[in-house]
Design a protein around this ligand. Structure first.
Ligand SMILES: Nc1nc2c(c(=O)[nH]1)N[C@H]1C(S)=C(S)[C@@H](COP(=O)(O)O)O[C@H]1N2
Ligand SMILES: [Mo]
Length: 379
């Protein structure tokens, strides 16, 4: 017994990203390797028919792979604050009221492989997203504790630093920042738990940022420093990556840098998790189920079409609606004749944004959200 624990601790301490080898139990067997780097793993589409994505099957996206696991690693709050703070996850949890949010974590590049024309980058289809409960402390509470002179607050940015190091000195570090309004949003958390358990190493242990409604690159993992600054963070991951055209552009068009803005809030989207595309089902009752969400506003409705978009039926929704949170939708119908069935889903949020038939192409292939179609054979 003692030996097993000792060995696990040792390997974790050695930072062997052990979680990524199939012989350990940190990940379920259904996660799909995305690209060559072992730290990018996709959630299978079949899990997108339920409210919570189980942590072992939750997608992973890490630019450089995780640092060593150190649950006592201190987090520093620095910059334009009146008293800098240093505290570890346990002190953080003791010092501030716990807050739990249920939120979608989605990589900006989710669905990149489906953009036409193709764009370079990890070729995610649907699996770079999941929904979990995250528990932590409000970033706003932490900043208030550190003390911010009111005159200092306006137009500031919180710079987010993780403990993961780039593989080569020439490689830029993964540094992001968020504007102060977003930092003070009551749903923005420094989280230490996911789905009721301590964060796993792959998902940012001991502390990660949670920014419901915003793309995953803002959800910085392995946090070591939060620094209040007058300017946005600079560097590759702010000024080049994670930017979208300010207006829709023609597919394949080159977009000048001054016509680009940060990719923040993800648009309305739904994905059909069941049945599986290309599968078979017996004659009789059929069930289409999936998830729908928008970073902008709660979901108002999800519609399903069985005739290539000519007519639509409202699906039944389950789960508490909220911006940046998904609901499960379900549509049941009967099919007594054998043959191919094709189902389409389209979600609309409470601001009236409806999922488009075609996604807006952009040079980095972000935010694909076209109608999702699945076909199956009724036999
Ligand atoms: N420190 C650090 N944080 C990071 C990243 C990273 O490479 N390093 N990747 C980001 C990106 S691009 C995404 S989509 C999410 C993925 O979170 P997950 O691996 O928990 O699913 O983490 C974000 N936080
Ligand atoms: Mo991402």
């Amino acid at each position: 017994m003692h030996r097993m624990i000792g060995r696990r601790k040792l390997l974790e301490a050695a930072g062997l990203a052990l979680a990524f080898t199939p012989s350990t139990r940190a990940f379920a067997d259904d996660l799909l390797r995305q690209g060559r780097a072992p730290q990018n793993l996709a959630t299978p589409t079949g899990l997108f028919d339920r409210l919570i994505t189980p942590t072992p099957s939750f997608f992973v996206r890490s630019h450089f792979g995780p640092p060593a696991l150190d649950r006592a690693r201190p987090l520093r709050v620095t910059g334009l604050v009146t008293s800098a703070l240093t505290l570890d996850a346990a002190e953080l949890a003791r010092s501030f009221p716990p807050v739990t949010v249920t939120a979608v974590l989605q990589c900006a590049g989710n669905g990149r492989a489906l953009h036409e024309p193709r764009v370079p980058g990890l070729q995610w289809t649907h699996g770079a997203m999941g929904q979990a409960t995250f528990t932590g402390v409000r970033l706003g509470d932490l900043l208030r504790k550190a003390g911010v002179a009111p005159g200092n607050l306006a137009r500031t940015h919180v710079h987010l630093h993780g403990a993961d190091a780039p593989p080569k000195p020439q490689t830029p570090a993964f540094v992001r920042s968020i504007p102060i309004e977003r930092a003070l949003d009551p749903t923005t958390l420094v989280a230490y738990r996911m789905n009721g358990e301590d964060l796993t190493l792959a998902h940012g242990a001991p502390l990660r940022l949670v920014v419901p409604g915003w793309a995953g690159d803002h959800w910085v993992k392995w946090l070591v420093e939060l620094s209040l600054q007058k300017e946005e963070a600079r560097g590759f991951f702010m000024t080049t990556a994670y930017r979208m055209p300010t207006e829709e552009v023609a597919p394949g068009a080159a977009v000048p840098p001054e016509k680009m803005r940060p990719a923040t809030t993800f648009p309305v989207k739904s994905i059909i998790g069941a049945p599986a595309d290309g599968g078979r089902a017996p004659r009789g009752p059929q069930r289409v189920a999936g998830v729908a969400f928008s970073g902008v506003a709660p979901i108002a409705k999800v519609e399903v079409s069985l005739d290539d978009g000519k007519t639509w039926r409202a699906a039944k929704l389950e789960g508490a609606p909220g911006a940046g949170r998904w609901v499960v939708f379900e549509h049941r119908f009967d099919r007594s004749e054998p043959g191919r069935v094709r189902a389409l889903a389209r979600a609309t949020d409470r601001q009236g944004n409806t999922q488009p038939e075609r996604a807006a192409w952009n040079p980095s292939g972000y935010f694909w959200n076209a109608w999702h179609a699945v076909s199956w054979e009724v036999a």
